[in-house]
Design a protein. Structure first.
Length: 274
């Protein structure tokens, strides 16, 4: 088992086999898969594929960008950016099991020329300075306590003028979240900052805000729908495969945390200054 609690939280042994079995059960030909087939399971953040599309449109990719996905998970967003726009994308993630599954899913979708993964820590990114045009991250920072260092590392690997695209969960004023949630079963690995504190840390690290959108209200209805559906049998393919037996409690708590203003959601695109 992993030796750090965040990786332990996310690790599910045999996840790759479970996903392939679920794809078959969902009627997919696992020898002819494309990123759309995987989207119900490999887009592991609130709003799933539609949220990735919205953030990608905020960035406005041309296809020429070299992209780094920090906390890349199973690789849904990185494969989507490569497939839809033609960008060359690298992913880095703390969870070894996720990196293995991400590589497998990239092979079966025929995207290995465009996308690669490395196990590593966002606080010590295994990449040279000034190597990327866009650093992208969805729903990973809430597991990371040292935001100053995280944002410094993101800035370091960006080329001057490069952009940072974020989809984040932030702290609300209604008190701490109810647990378990998708990113933590207990408070010890959950590190939410308010949107204002997050923005201040990003600016202090050397970023200028281009776009900042609070997406809480827009996301609430879909979170509530997921919480209601948590009482029914899930479809074969979904993020419950990653989350494990307490996925229903997580879905209910996600909606409740938003309703009670314990969590806020935002999308942002920032630019490296200097
Ligand atoms: C909720 S998942 C999101 C995955 C992916 N971004 C997506 O949206 O599909 C959070 C991910 O952040 C990763 N993560 C958490 N802390 C990290 C760290 N310090 N360095 C790198 N990855 C980290 C976890 O391993 C996990 O894969």
């Amino acid at each position: 088992m992993p030796d750090n609690p965040v990786e332990t939280h996310y690790t599910r042994n045999d996840l790759g086999e479970m996903i392939l079995a679920a794809l078959k059960a969902a009627g997919k030909d696992i020898d002819r898969l494309n990123p759309d087939d995987l989207a119900p399971v490999d887009e592991f953040h609130g709003g799933q594929r539609p949220a990735t599309i919205r953030l990608a449109e905020l960035v406005g990719f041309t296809g020429a960008e070299r992209v780094l996905d920090v906390g890349s998970g199973l690789g849904g967003p990185s494969r989507y950016i490569a497939w839809r726009y033609g960008c060359r994308v690298s992913g880095v993630d703390l969870t070894a099991e996720f990196c293995r599954v991400a590589e497998m899913l990239t092979r079966v979708t025929g995207l290995v020329e465009k996308v690669d993964y490395r196990q590593g820590n966002a606080l010590d990114l295994p990449f040279d300075s000034e190597s990327f045009d866009v650093v992208w991250s969805q729903n990973a920072a809430m597991n990371i306590a040292d935001r100053d260092r995280l944002y410094r590392e993101m800035r370091r690997v960006l080329k001057p003028g490069g952009r940072l695209a974020l989809q984040e969960v932030a702290a609300g004023v209604g008190g701490p979240p109810h647990f378990p949630v998708q990113w933590a079963r207990e408070p010890a690995i959950s590190f939410l900052l308010t949107p204002e504190d997050t923005r201040a840390k990003l600016e202090a690290a050397g970023f200028r805000v281009r776009t900042w959108q609070d997406t809480t209200e827009a996301t609430l209805a879909s979170a509530q729908a997921r919480a209601r559906h948590a009482d029914s049998k899930p479809p074969p393919l979904g993020t419950h495969l990653i989350l494990g037996p307490d996925w229903q409690a997580m879905a209910r708590n996600s909606a409740r945390n938003l309703e009670e203003n314990r969590t806020r959601l935002f999308n942002a695109v920032l630019e490296r200054t200097g």
